[in-house]
Design a protein around this ligand. Structure first.
Ligand code: SAM
Length: 223
């Protein structure tokens, strides 16, 4: 038996991913089979910077550069589950980051659109998505506060940065029965709640899910 220390190339990422799904998702409250299958499949370690790869499946967010993060696996899964999407859905994501959440959405939905405002992350996400085979995702560089009007309406809209308010354009671009999931700063900068808005025939229904901690959403939404 070799006594040499395990190198990074020896790491069994498939096993780490399986354990992440079991311990962090199934043992908590993630039940949607489409979400669990997507989280089991997408190779999260290929989306994070090389130096953080060995920790990609840890139960916490990871730095992706430019003061931004990839969310904790549980938060990615839970937000996706709350979107209530399926194979027929068209989805918009604001805040592409490294592209991991976009890949999870693409495993479930018919079509995914995603917007990122930091040019280096936009480029990195496109490269990550190309290299991992998610070539069908539409990526846009810019301020997601305006949504993506040409591609609307969306069955699901997910915002992965904390906003002081919901950009009006996102409500306008939500399909009938559509769901918008967004972290909102409530009662000051340091308290954020994850909010689910559901468009019903009677109007928009607001539900507070749980407290979260996201990087801030920048751009027009700040005005
Ligand atoms: N979903 C990402 C992933 O899987 O890596 C993580 C997103 S990170 C928590 C939040 C991202 O939102 C950052 O990349 C940030 O630059 C981006 N962002 C912030 N404000 C934005 C805006 N107005 N429009 C588009 N992207 C924005």
């Amino acid at each position: 038996m070799s006594l040499r220390r395990k190198t990074k190339t020896d790491i069994d990422y498939a096993r780490l991913r399986e354990k992440m799904v079991e311990d962090q998702l199934r043992r908590r409250d993630v039940r949607d089979q489409l979400v669990l299958a997507a989280m089991s499949k997408v190779e999260r370690h290929l989306f994070v910077p090389q130096k953080h790869r060995s920790r990609a499946y840890d139960d916490c967010p990871q730095a992706i550069g430019h003061d931004q993060t990839i969310s904790q696996p549980y938060i990615v899964a839970s937000m996706t589950e709350h979107l209530d999407i399926d194979r027929d859905s068209k989805v918009l994501e604001i805040g592409t980051g490294c592209g991991y959440q976009s890949a999870i959405l693409a495993e479930i939905a018919r079509k995914v659109y995603t917007i990122e405002r930091i040019p280096q992350l936009y480029t990195m996400a496109r490269r990550n998505l190309q290299q991992t085979g998610y070539r069908d995702i539409e990526c846009r560089f810019g301020d997601g506060s305006a949504g993506w009007p040409e591609a609307a309406p969306f069955d699901g809209i997910i915002v992965t940065a904390a906003a002081p308010r919901v950009p009006e354009a996102l409500f306008d671009q939500l399909a009938p029965q559509g769901v918008l999931v967004i972290p909102l700063e409530v009662g000051g900068l340091h308290h954020q709640d994850l909010i689910k808005f559901h468009r019903t025939p009677q109007g928009i229904v607001r539900e507070t899910l749980y407290q979260v901690r996201f990087v801030p959403m920048r751009g027009d939404v700040e005005e």
